[in-house]
Design a protein. Sequence first.
Length: 349
Amino acid sequence: MSADLPASHHGLPGIIGASPAMREVFRLTRKVADSSATVLLLGETGSGKELVARAVHELSPRRTGPFVRVNCGALSESLLESELFGHVKGAFTNAIENRTGRFEAAHGGTIFLDEINSLSYTLQVKLLRVLQEHEFERVGDTRTITVDCRIVAATNRDLGELSAAGKFREDLYYRLNVVPIYLPPLRDHSEDVPALAQHFLKTYALNNSRAVTAIAPESMGFLRTYAWPGNVRELENYIERAVVLAEGDILTSDLLPPHVRGEAPQRVGRATRSDLQQMCTDLVALGLSQSTEDGTAHPHVMGLVERELILQVLRMCQGTQTRTASRLGINRNTLHKKIDEYSLHAESR
Ligand SMILES: Nc1ncnc2c1ncn2[C@@H]1O[C@H](COP(=O)(O)OP(=O)(O)O)[C@@H](O)[C@H]1O
Ligand SMILES: [Mg+2]
């Protein structure tokens, strides 16, 4: 566990990493924490954004105040609006009571707006006002409420690209982007994999009363070279699984999923990897030819790929949204929105 030492010296409690990229994350987090500046956390899913958001709060003078997290990708627009801003009795059909919103709940503390990229245009306008004036009204109310809360937002999409494509307000993007902190994907700081793996090994051995104490060199080799599309969260899941299944005191490589060991070409239905590559090539060509305006190619192509992915999994799950969402690892409401966005109603039930 020697790799833990630098992390606890210069780093942040509970956040493992000694690579230059993670040190930069620690430096920025410490530096920004005692200010009241808005922080924008950028990075792929599972890369540690929420962990850093909590650290910003814990290291700030607001640490004794509340830390409130809202996942903006998990709720429909109207539910999210009343979740964030609250509503008054009678504001809409189901508003049988007055309700305090999350901004009010975060007064004196920090509000963490996760998946800010999924915020609708209307709510982007309301949020901009909170950022600029610190005020808003509850849904259905005329009384203006003033709050004092620090905003930390996270996105797994490039807001600059989204705003170039007209999907995210540019003024809001600039307001949020005061201090951006970029969480690198795990594949770009694989030198941190051993310390992370040891950390999770220790945690899950303790939680599950397992006597696993070491990771076999061969296992560590696989862990270091795997590409980790799901980042630290994916590593954490595989270590937990391996610890639970382990018979002895060593985490041997047979306890790791075959694809981490570089075995078993991943198959999706009857398609092989090269079929997939072909499909991607076709989608990219199509997307590039369809995106006529400058700067829209990336979001457009990604949209096509995402639509195809959702379509395939919906078919695989016979249109059952609950199963499709869990298969994809996304929230049902997110799936619902995407089905709307990509007009996939015919495929789903
Ligand atoms: N550097 C790190 N050290 C220790 N645990 C981490 C680190 N980065 C991520 N994790 C763990 O991985 C999981 C995913 O992290 P999270 O902050 O939720 O990612 P994100 O919000 O970017 O999706 C969490 O269980 C978190 O505790
Ligand atoms: Mg997250």
